[in-house]
Ligand binder design. Sequence first.
Ligand code: KIV
Length: 271
Amino acid sequence: MSSDSKTRVVTTYRLREMKARGEKISMLTSYDYSMARIVDGAGVDVILVGDSAANVMAGYETTVPITLDQMIYHARSVTRAVKRALVVVDMPFGTYQGDPKVALASAVRIMKESEADALKLEGGEEILESVERILSAGIPVMGHLGLTPQSIHKYGTYSVRAKEEAEAEKLVRDARLLEKAGCFGIVLEKIPAALASRVASELEIPVIGIGAGGGVDGQVLVVHDMLGINNGFSPRFLRRYADLYAQMTDGVSRYIEDVKSGDFPNEKEQY
Ligand code: KIV
């Protein structure tokens, strides 16, 4: 955090300025201290403590099982490391889709116990009352439309969303509603590029895409996917910037060899 305040260098206000001047916003996930140090140190604008932690950290098939306590644990580990980026935390499934008072209580817990900067919620009109209640407490909220992985059991597939006109029009309406309510940004996941670009040009708040093309205000990826730690997931929208699965496997294999052969530790590596 900056020395003279309790806010990080990147604020929701700064993201809006970036959109206004046409500067693209970079966003990546992190779930633990060590990764967050690397991601923040490299200069990313926004760090998302995504509920994708359920997949990449815990090995669940969906994001549904992760709990509020587990998200707070991940968020707290990340915020200890982050000095510059805005830290956004996903509210987990079941903590905001019902009673807005329960949503606010869950949101307050995350903010108090993790020292995050903002929260992200999946959905539009259906969760608007919860969004408004959380915003009324002064907590910044980011929307998430298009493919919303917490609804996997409703749709049964992770394929591209809003290809049909009715769903596309609902998405545009939902995006406008979220902006009007006071959300500071919206993630659009896995929708046609032309639709995402239309939403980004209609809204004043930043629109961050994942599998939503280049006509939006920024991009987000799951860090384990883009660094190739998770090598079993290769959707068309993913660009890999490293092959850490192979490099890490190689490092571990060489360590095993050195231990077995007695090469490690050598004389310089002991007291
Ligand atoms: O949980 C997550 O990682 C996300 C991103 C895919 C946007 O919501």
